[in-house]
Design a protein around this ligand. Structure first.
Ligand code: C2E
Ligand code: MG
Ligand code: MG
Ligand code: MG
Length: 284
């Protein structure tokens, strides 16, 4: 028995590996089909000015309308897309969806509705990315303020110099970049200093415990630092009034979360806009 144990566990490990890789293969196949058949859509979550509650734009959040599964969230397919090399194609498709929507809304409402799009580090660190963004702005006839890009801080760690360079190029185009999920990584402060981002989005993990004094102290410190560095601060995942008050008090200029609205379907976002489009600044 003692002799068979290693062999058995090895066989098990191999079986698990084989299962794992065929799983990945199956997922890759499903994703490929989904991309070809354009099974993706964006949901839109309002971002509001902290002191007035006025709409300032949306964050676009990807959903996979997978036949037989219902809507699948990004947590279940972005990582797979990254691992299988499909993220370039998928990310471009999602970015294009956002541009198309901003154009549709501009034509419908005569206002540019700024939309923030999440980008994978693999996309952001692709040397062609700034050119892709330029091309899409041109194709849709939109000003650079129409689109903001959100990059998670963990993502940028891999290659800080390249990230810095890419973000600089985007900024020169007039496209703002936000550091997303701030406060969850381990080198946040260095990131803030090194990356020429316009905005910091404080992760909902730090907003959730508000208004607890210790959490409030942390959020306030982030806001002070951000202000000193001339950065805008957004609190994400705001679910109740107490959190909103605390975030406001701490110095967050923009709030986002279920207190205001969940990520909305395209139709719901249109209804929301009909009500509050006059809040938006005229960007041409
Ligand atoms: P994120 O950019 O930090 O987006 C915020 C997430 O928090 C979203 O989850 C949103 O639905 C959720 N959320 C918003 N308000 C609240 C709230 O008040 N309470 C709670 N509990 N949750 C709230 P979602 O849509 O599942 O997206 C998860 C992550 O997936 C995003 O985190 C983003 O990093 C990534 N992601 C989403 N869309 C895309 C995309 O198009 N491309 C890429 N590369 N990543 C994406
Ligand atoms: Mg985001
Ligand atoms: Mg975030
Ligand atoms: Mg987050």
């Amino acid at each position: 028995v003692a002799k068979r144990t290693p062999g058995t566990s090895m066989a098990l490990a191999e079986a698990r590996f084989a299962l794992g890789s065929s799983d990945l293969l199956a997922q890759e196949q499903a994703l490929r089909t989904a991309i070809v058949q354009r099974q993706f859509s964006l949901h839109y979550q309002p971002k509001v000015e902290a002191w007035s509650g006025r709409l300032i734009g949306f964050e676009a959040l990807a959903r996979w309308q997978r036949p037989g599964f219902g809507p699948v969230g990004p947590g279940e397919f972005i990582a797979t897309a990254e691992r299988t090399g499909l993220i370039g194609e998928l990310g471009e498709m999602l970015l294009r969806l956002a541009f198309e929507q901003v154009k549709v809304w501009r034509d419908a409402f005569d206002r540019v509705v700024p939309v923030a799009v999440n980008v994978s580090p693999l996309q952001m660190l692709d040397g062609e990315f700034p050119r892709l963004v330029t091309r899409m702005l041109d194709e849709h006839g939109l000003p650079p303020q129409a689109i903001t890009l959100e990059l998670t801080e963990s993502a940028a760690v891999a290659n800080l110099d390249l990230a810095r360079d890419q973000i600089l190029q985007l900024r020169r185009l007039g496209v703002e970049v936000a550091l997303d999920d701030f406060g969850t990584g381990f080198s946040s402060l260095n990131m803030l200093r090194s990356l020429p981002v316009h905005t910091v989005k404080i992760d909902r993990g730090l907003i959730e415990p508000l208004p607890a004094p210790d959490a409030l102290a942390v959020v306030r410190a982030i806001c002070q630092l951000a202000t000193a560095l001339d950065l805008q601060v957004i609190a994400e995942g705001v679910e109740n009034e107490a959190q909103a008050d605390a975030a406001r008090q701490a110095g967050c200029q923009v709030l986002q979360g279920e207190l205001f609205a969940q990520p909305l379907t395209l139709g719901e976002a249109g209804d929301w806009l009909s009500e509050s489009v006059s809040d938006l600044m005229r960007l041409t």
